[in-house]
Design a binder for this molecule. Sequence first.
Ligand code: DC
Length: 225
Amino acid sequence: MSYNIAIDGPAGAGKSTIAKAVAKKEKLIYVDTGAMYRAMALFMLRQAVDLQNREEIIEKCREAHITIGYDGDIQVVYLNGENVNGLLRTEETGNAASVVSSIPEVREKLLELQRSLAAGNDCIMDGRDIGTCVLPGAQLKIYLTADSLVRARRRFDELAARGEVCDLEKIRADIEERDYRDMHREVSPLKRAEDAVTVDTSKMTADEVIAEVVRLCRERHPGSE
Ligand code: DC
């Protein structure tokens, strides 16, 4: 049986940074499920689908084939055969991903891909519903969170480092809107699994969080170090 770690939490809590680092240390593959929803959102944006129109999204999502490959330890997302990794991390795709991911037909399509990756590999998978829905039997579940202002500030610093002009209050408002949508949708809303360990990163450095998650992994899975 493969060894699976689930990391869930709100936007900007540091899930991907932490999961990537832990994957490297513990020799697991990293599965970024947000990137799959972002690829689906990119497809909808490219097709100029009206994001308020659920029927149109359901119809169009049948034409989007999303697959995953690995280039070394980097996850590569293919949208109808095209490597779209470089196009996924914009605010526009993130917000659109939050909208399309609320539709059950979209989730069903990606669920199978996520479960098959976890069944075939020791992995650390991050998202919103990994511990509650995708991998309810994961050996370790972490709910990673932080205060919304701290998350907005991290995002602001990341964008500023890339030379993008941004407004901290606008980023915070977007993050809070996204949290609300992700937590209140009908299917697979973001919530802490009952058996998840909560790690609040508001006052922690990335290295401290990585050390804590590695400690939890080794506690649950002795012999992995
Ligand atoms: O983690 P992220 O910012 O890349 O995710 C983008 C959006 O995708 C997020 O707002 C909600 C959605 N998502 C989801 O509904 N379920 C997941 N397992 C992962 C992401």
